[in-house]
Ligand binder design. Structure first.
Ligand code: NI
Length: 210
């Protein structure tokens, strides 16, 4: 009798487990809400979501040496790219510019930084020239190849030099914008081609974070 009860109990437990696991798979309960995947200009998917960001020493577009500590206290938008980029970088910086306009004075509490992945061509002077086309609150960061490599490693971005044959080169780079909270902790991503209202909602959530 007891064994029969146990068998019945175990079969119900098995059925319940199967139902639960199937529902979880169908509804995708294990998926992490928020950031989503990382992608490069060329659409290469980068799997996983490691701890992003960390210490860096770079030179801003006014020629001043700065570290991550100089930006603490303000939530940040961090984007890697290069000024010779034909599409992704100007589009992203233009989008940051229009989103800052939409956020109005709230945008003053955000810090957008554009870190070059091409320090060879993107001197601080070149960054300053390039950023004239965008919101003046965006800070451009350059530095030595070693300094840039450090920032690239901290954010685990892809920044790959691609020769173009004519002696020229382009850079394939991570196309997402990193959202960092005011304590310098990774908060999420705005993907390239993110829907406008989603992007703005993420920026507002970042601003609202205590
Ligand atoms: Ni680009």
């Amino acid at each position: 009798m007891n064994i029969l009860k146990l068998v019945r109990y175990l079969s119900w437990a098995a059925v319940a487990t199967i139902v639960f696991v199937t529902t979880a798979i169908v509804l995708g309960w294990w998926r992490v809400d928020g950031p989503g995947g990382l992608q490069t200009d060329a659409g290469i998917e980068i799997k996983g979501l490691p701890q992003l960001g960390g210490p860096f020493t770079l030179v801003d577009h006014r020629g001043k040496t700065v570290t991550e500590r100089d930006f603490l206290g303000k939530p940040m938008l961090v984007f890697f790219g290069f000024t010779h980029c034909p599409d992704v970088c100007p589009t992203t910086l233009f989008e940051i510019t229009t989103r800052f306009q939409k956020l109005g004075t709230d945008a003053d509490r955000l810090q957008a930084i554009f870190i070059t992945a091409d320090p060879e061509r993107d001197t601080p002077e070149q960054m300053a020239l390039y950023l004239q086309s965008f919101d003046p609150r965006i800070v451009g960061l350059s530095g030595s190849q070693e300094q840039i490599d450090g920032a690239v490693a901290a954010f685990k971005v892809i920044a790959k030099k691609v020769p173009q044959g004519d002696g020229n080169y382009t850079i394939d780079h991570t196309a997402s914008t990193f959202l960092m909270d005011k304590n310098g902790k990774f908060f999420g991503l705005i993907d390239y081609h993110e829907k406008e209202d989603t992007a703005l909602a993420k920026m507002r959530r970042l601003l609202a974070k205590k």
